[in-house]
Design a protein around this ligand. Structure first.
Ligand SMILES: *Cc1c(COP(=O)(O)O)cnc(C)c1O
Length: 425
């Protein structure tokens, strides 16, 4: 019997297997047929501490039996208040002072980005400069799959059908080694034309291929925006919650954005929730006695109480456990293994930022539509690993609880993948 389920980012015409997963614990997924997979990519970058973290699971169960869902337009509940205060406490600060002072809830990274864009244009509109509506973006960026989020992301085969719906943006080149100054110059020139905002993935472009750039460039970019009064939006949806070695990537550059979307690991990966943090001026531009200036955005499940309880439990884990120390240990363990793999002739461009590592498989067949990635994916699955290469880029982004032997299994498979799928194979 064929399933009516239509899977995301999945070509149903290729008859690839769709393994049913029965349960998960820590870094392991257990399939219904008895096999297990090591979750090498945190189930699409969301699972931070590990699957079914007991403290988060318990908080969800408690909240589900207490208050499940509440209209959030003008009502509130303790978990939402607690998480908002918790986010402000841990968000990047300027001279020790919180600059991000307001928290707007939504349900996914994409909606958190939509909210960020709407806040930026709402700000300029409400302070009487509606002509400032252009958004600047970085080449190769990814900010989500809704129309606005796609508009500020890289264009390609994955959004070609919707090009007519996407709004025009200004694009600065990715600061690859050698073109750092070109990137900064392009940003400077674009900022001089008084756009609304610049949105950027701090330090690492995820879906664009795990492309890293140094913190000093992020700092420069933020300074250019500040100088020109252009709102600086740091999309921490993927980089947040310790992935890059610090709680938020912006900390490494000493940068405090005007608007900061967070999602993915906000509940430890247990439930969908997102938040867009905003500075006081953004909020104040919408606060008024005039109803026309309120922030017109909501979804039915805004600040769902169960999801907020999961986020509150996640924040408590960050307070109680030394998560950053765990991540530092994991980063070292990954670095050691990456160093050994880097010498392999099948690979190029090894890179690592915190607990994220990526390497490119040398191949003539590197396009987005090449069948290399799905072949690798299937092969890794046979080896008991959930890995999902981006084209010829193989990356890992494991949950922080992953063990040394599990990491060894991943790196042994990477090595063998080089032998089997690399050049002259
Ligand atoms: C995943 C991601 C998004 C979109 O988040 P969803 O929860 O998948 O909608 C936005 N920005 C970045 C940088 C991401 O990695």
């Amino acid at each position: 019997m064929t399933s009516p389920v239509w899977h995301p980012f999945f070509q149903h015409g290729l008859d690839e297997p769709i393994p049913p997963v029965a349960s998960a614990r820590g870094a392991l997924l257990h399939l219904t047929d008895g096999r297990s997979l090591i979750d090498g990519i945190s189930s699409w970058w969301v699972t931070t501490h590990g699957h079914c973290e007991p403290r988060i699971a318990a908080a969800i169960a408690r909240q589900a039996a207490t208050l499940d869902q509440l209209i959030f337009a003008g009502y509130t509940h303790a978990p939402a208040e607690e998480v908002a205060r918790g986010l402000i406490d841990i968000a990047p600060r300027f001279d020790g002072q919180p600059r991000l002072a307001h928290v707007f809830y939504s349900d996914s990274g994409s909606t958190a980005v939509e909210v960020a864009l709407k806040m930026a244009l709402g700000y300029w509109h409400n302070i009487g400069q509606p002509q400032r509506h252009r958004i600047l973006v970085m080449q190769h960026s990814y900010h989500g799959d809704t129309i606005g989020a796609m508009s500020v992301g890289e264009r390609g085969v994955y959004n070609a059908a919707w090009t007519p719906l996407l709004f025009d943006v200004g694009t600065v080149p990715f600061p690859a080694p050698g073109s750092e100054q070109a990137c900064l110059d392009a940003l400077e020139a674009a900022c001089a034309e008084r756009p609304a905002a610049f949105i950027v993935e701090p330090l690492i472009l995820g879906a664009g291929g795990m492309l890293v750039y140094p913190a000093n460039l992020l700092r420069e970019m933020a300074a250019i925006c500040r100088r020109h009064g252009v709102l600086f939006i740091a999309d921490e949806v993927m980089t947040g919650w310790g992935r890059t070695g610090t709680l938020f990537a912006c900390e490494q550059a000493g940068v405090v954005p005007d608007i900061m979307p967070v999602a993915k690991g906000i509940t430890g990966g247990a439930l969908p929730l997102a938040a867009t943090l905003a500075s006081a001026p953004i909020f104040e531009a919408h606060r008024s006695t005039d109803r026309a200036r309120l922030f017109y955005h909501s979804s039915s499940y805004t600040a769902n109480a169960i999801a907020c309880a999961a986020a509150a439990a996640n924040l408590a884990i960050w307070r109680e456990d030394d998560v950053l120390a765990r991540i530092a240990g994991l980063s070292d363990a990954i670095a050691e293994r990456m160093a050994r793999l880097s010498g392999h002739p099948a690979f190029a461009n090894p890179r690592q930022l915190g607990a994220i590592a990526a390497i490119d498989l040398r191949t003539d067949d590197a396009g987005y539509l090449s069948d290399l990635a799905p072949r690798l994916r299937a092969w890794f699955m046979e080896r008991g690993l959930l890995l999902r290469p981006l084209g010829n880029t193989i990356y890992i982004m494991p949950p922080y609880c992953i063990g040394a032997t599990q990491l060894d299994a991943i790196f042994a498979a990477l090595h063998d993948a080089g032998e089997i799928f690399g050049p002259h194979a």
